[in-house]
Write a protein that binds this ligand. Structure first.
Ligand code: HEM
Length: 421
């Protein structure tokens, strides 16, 4: 083969690799996805992607570059294209033709103002008081596993319920409404997966958003009339520049917390358990030394990286790793790729429950750093702290399945067999 055909072969390989970010089925195939990211990190870490139906974007796959971009929210903004979606979704967001506006879509000066409304509530010292409540909920779910008699689908029986229960309890919603919330959040986030979405039609997603909107609008009215000490009241009664928070912004807040706090954590829990089952030496290590639970939690989150991407748009002509990116162009920050970057993690493709340090960026970085990071880690830790000492044995009892997504996701099924005390 000539040099020229080698080069065009490589270009074709890189183009194929770059398309994984816009392909929901690629995220359901861990090996294919990570092989594509490894190729891009090595040969074209700031890679231009052009896919039918999507506006072009640059895929950023190295850890340092993701951090560097997130470090400069003035030069790299979230609006108008905060996450990857088809052209039609970009157009709707750009036209501000969406029913709710969340922190994710905001930049300074609005973003810090709206973030401050709940940032105290989510501070480590403040969420630490939830420890006993989390331990109680974790016990409830491990008891539930015991009641299920030695076998369950860990995703549908445990992992999706526990974090939703935590988050909706904190918001202060009645337990009777939890099943409806579960369904709506899964429809919203799992919209690319045929098993979970009503259908692939963006209109159906709008319908889901609308239902959430109506639900939360009623909640705001209630908490304004009768404030309590729950998170819903903090938001409903917040003021912005001396005025009561707008209904759209308040609803956006609820939707963001109810959704962002849910699939992310449940995917980390289920994917983390799956990783333990795939690496029996690491499971043994954890069972022998439960003091490893905190590092195991970080490693599970790195391994799963349930948030697949957020986007930033350049406000000025910029260079990323020497690659020119024009003002108005967008970059996709690939968290799962950054979290396997061989320059930052020793044996990046090895699952190590004692990994320390673990500088993963699964929670992002900088101005938009995940508000719920501390809470999410406490939740996962509480579940493992309850589960690990009670496990006599555990193994896979069928084929696990990953969801189709381009945004947030992980396992949708994890059949297991186990013995618990
Ligand atoms: C393992 C679980 C979780 C992961 C991996 C995760 C990941 C992320 C990521 C990557 C971002 C964007 C950060 C950036 O742009 O730099 C984010 C933002 C956010 N997360 Fe999480 N998250 C998790 C759990 C939670 C929980 C439990 C909550 C709330 C209860 C939550 C609430 C939020 C909020 C409100 C934002 C928006 C922050 C902003 O834009 O200022 N997340 N999360």
């Amino acid at each position: 083969m000539t040099d020229a055909s080698d080069a065009s072969g490589l270009d074709a390989d890189l183009a194929t690799a770059g398309r994984v970010f816009a392909d929901p089925s690629a995220y359901a195939d861990d090996q294919r996805f990570h092989a594509a990211c490894a190729l891009l990190r090595r040969l074209d870490p700031v890679h231009r992607v052009e896919v039918d139906g999507f506006n072009p974007f640059w895929a950023v796959t190295r850890h340092d570059d993701v951090m560097e971009i997130e470090r400069h929210p003035d030069r790299w903004v979230n609006g108008p294209r905060p996450l990857l979606g088809p052209k039609s979704a970009d157009d709707r967001l750009a036209a501000e033709n969406v029913p709710v506006r969340t922190l994710i879509q905001m930049d300074a000066p609005d973003h810090p103002v709206y973030r401050r409304i709940t940032s105290d509530w989510f501070k480590p010292r403040s969420v630490a008081r939830l420890d006993a409540r989390l331990a109680e909920l974790a016990r409830r779910y491990v008891d539930r596993m015991a009641e299920l008699g030695g076998g369950c689908d860990f995703v549908t029986d445990v992992a999706v319920h526990y974090p939703l229960y935590v988050i909706l309890s904190l918001l202060g919603l009645p337990e009777a409404d939890f099943p409806r919330m579960l369904k709506l959040t899964q429809e919203l986030f799992g919209a690319s997966d045929p098993e979970m979405a009503r259908n692939a039609d963006p209109k159906a997603q709008e319908q889901t958003l609308l239902e959430l909107f109506e639900y939360f609008q009623a909640l705001i009215e209630d908490r304004r009339a009768t404030p309590t000490d729950d998170l819903a009241s903090v938001i409903a009664n917040a003021s912005v520049d001396g005025e009561a928070i707008g209904v759209l912004e308040a609803v956006g807040y609820y939707v963001l917390i109810a959704t962002a706090g849910h699939d992310t954590t449940s995917s980390s829990i289920a994917g983390g358990l799956h990783a333990l089952l795939q690496h029996p030496d690491q499971l043994r290590r954890l069972l022998d030394d439960p003091a490893l639970v905190p590092t195991a939690v970080e490693e599970m989150i790195r391994w799963v990286s349930p948030v697949k991407q957020f986007m930033r748009t350049a406000t000025e002509d910029s260079l990323v790793r020497g690659v020119p990116i024009a003002a108005g162009e967008s970059v996709l920050l690939s968290y799962p790729s950054a979290n396997r970057d061989e320059d930052v993690f020793d044996h990046a493709d090895t699952f190590d429950v004692a990994r320390d340090p673990n500088r993963h960026v699964a929670f992002g970085f900088g101005a938009h750093y995940c508000l719920g990071a501390k809470l999410a880690k406490m939740e996962i830790r509480a579940l493992l702290t309850e589960l690990v000492p009670r496990l006599r044995s555990i193994e896979l009892a069928g084929e696990p399945a990953l969801s189709h997504t381009t945004f947030v996701g992980g396992l949708k099924h994890l059949p297991i067999r186990y013995e618990l005390t």
